[in-house]
Design a protein. Sequence first.
Length: 214
Amino acid sequence: MRRRKTGQSGELPGPGRPVMSDWQQGWLRRAQARPSPNHDRRPDGMAVELLVVHYISLPPGRFRGDAVERLFTNRLDPQAHPAFEPLRALRVSAHFLIRRDGRLLQFVDADLRAWHAGESRFLGRERCNDFSIGVELEGDGRHRFTASQYRELRDLVARLRQRYPLRWVAGHSDIAPLRKDDPGPFFDWRRLTCSREARGLIEPQAAARGLPGQ
């Protein structure tokens, strides 16, 4: 009888079950790496406790092409589309991007500070980039996200929780309500927060969204 292979912890690997080999330092092995220069160090001793969910599409409403990748790596041609000109001097990034088909891209080592939140505040704490992971979903606020995106997001949450002491999850609109509206009304929070992968994560805005308390 052949023995099944186990992860380093001795537990049987399975769908959504992270093992230690998933990570190479702050890079997730299963993600497609697209290193961005738009990052810096987190403050010394800062725990990564917050997951921030965003959406993005470039040009707005278009879900194909590599414009988002180019934006996050400072290679976006401002003359390629009228919507790109206002972004000429923008220097931003996120740790992860989940495309419509569920493909996962990583731009910044998750141990480092990506530039995704901007001016922000969460439970009285400012500078959310210091203590958060930023995940962009390819979307525009007018279309529903795909089943593949929700599956990948849940799996990513499980793997992040193996490495970081995540406690909370919030939308960009929750931490910058005067500036942002993402992930927007078509993001189904229940498909994340009610999953086993996110069990125990606290979403402070759940009551405002009419979701069960946590």
